[in-house]
Design a protein around this ligand. Structure first.
Ligand SMILES: NC(=O)c1ccc[n+]([C@@H]2O[C@H](COP(=O)([O-])OP(=O)(O)OC[C@H]3O[C@@H](n4cnc5c(N)ncnc54)[C@H](OP(=O)(O)O)[C@@H]3O)[C@@H](O)[C@H]2O)c1
Length: 269
């Protein structure tokens, strides 16, 4: 029976992905949450296995992997999905918050991958999926710290693609555009901006509010499932609203023209 480990399944894309995989015959799905409760309390099927995982803790990836390996063996697929957004000017972001963001969005998934690689390499198969972001291909102002973590995971994904290809391990970077999930609640902190960036934060807030046709978590999960089960060696999968179009437009017009144009759209200058 194939097994998939997905981090961060309490809500959003990870939650929808558990439900999508559970609908497939024969799959065992292990999801992580910060507080373990019966799966139904997270809207998940009873068959879903839930383990506790706090990515801010540097030891949590090793603890999780040890338990998964002991109880289920090495998963066929691991999906690094858990993550969060920091929103605000770099100048006003305390270094300790950036450090935690890197711990959760970068160091934790990299450590989790490291834990499973020996078993995947010896087995000669496996799929490593990193849920990065459209913000791993370009950068949105005030999402700078968050987007930089996703650029880091894009880099890891591309490098791992090279390193693991000889061992039969596939690497997939899934890059969501806009998906309607609780992750954007981070913007609430800046709903009434103050200070020297206030005018530009307000403009960015208005721009984001104008993005009304976001994909649902279920749509994003369906596209993620297709990426996971794509047996080709393709690495990058822009998914969900605006991801493909923005990546294409930037490639077409060049990064500087794209940045100058988007700067006016985003910051109202
Ligand atoms: N939504 C979008 O438009 C979008 C766009 C691009 C990329 N993404 C990426 O997609 C992934 C899923 O995000 P989502 O949109 O589905 O958001 P979400 O609904 O907020 O889900 C994020 C998940 O990560 C978990 N998580 C956050 N911090 C954690 C920590 N310190 N330790 C353990 N688990 C933690 C959350 O658990 P709690 O409920 O306990 O916080 C939740 O289960 C993220 O990597 C995100 O960066 C999303």
């Amino acid at each position: 029976m194939p097994t998939m480990l997905i981090t961060g399944v309490s809500s959003g894309i990870g939650n929808a992905l558990v439900r999508r995989v559970a609908a497939e015959p024969g799959w065992t799905v292990i999801g992580t949450v910060r507080t373990v409760k019966p799966p139904s309390e997270y809207g998940l099927p009873d068959a879903a296995v839930l383990y506790s995982f706090e990515a801010s803790d540097p030891n949590s990836s090793a603890m999780l992997a040890t338990r998964v390996l002991a109880e289920h063996g090495c998963p066929d697929v691991i999906v690094n999905n858990a993550g969060y957004v920091l929103y605000g000017p770099v100048e006003e972001t305390p270094p300790e918050r950036i450090r935690d963001l890197y711990q959760v969005n970068v160091f934790s998934p990299v450590s989790l991958i490291q834990q499973f690689l020996p078993a995947m390499r010896e087995r000669g198969s496996g799929t490593v999926v990193n849920v990065t972001s459209l913000g791993g291909r370009l950068v949105f102002p005030f999402f700078t710290s968050y987007n930089s973590t996703k650029h880091a995971m894009e880099g890891y994904s591309e490098g791992l693609w090279h390193e693991l290809k000889p061992f039969g391990i596939r690497v997939k970077a899934v890059e969501p555009g806009y998906v309607a999930t609780p992750i954007y609640k981070a913007m609430d902190e800046r709903a009434e901006p103050m200070g020297p960036y206030a005018k530009f934060l307000s403009a960015m807030n208005r721009f984001s509010e104008g993005i009304t046709n976001r994909s649902t978590p279920e749509q994003a999960a369906e596209e993620t499932w297709r990426a996971i089960t794509d047996t080709s060696d393709r690495l990058r999968y822009p998914i969900a609203a605006y991801a493909r179009v923005m990546v294409r437009v930037r490639a077409l017009v060049g990064s500087m023209a794209f940045m100058r144009f988007m700067n006016r759209q985003w910051l109202g200058k």
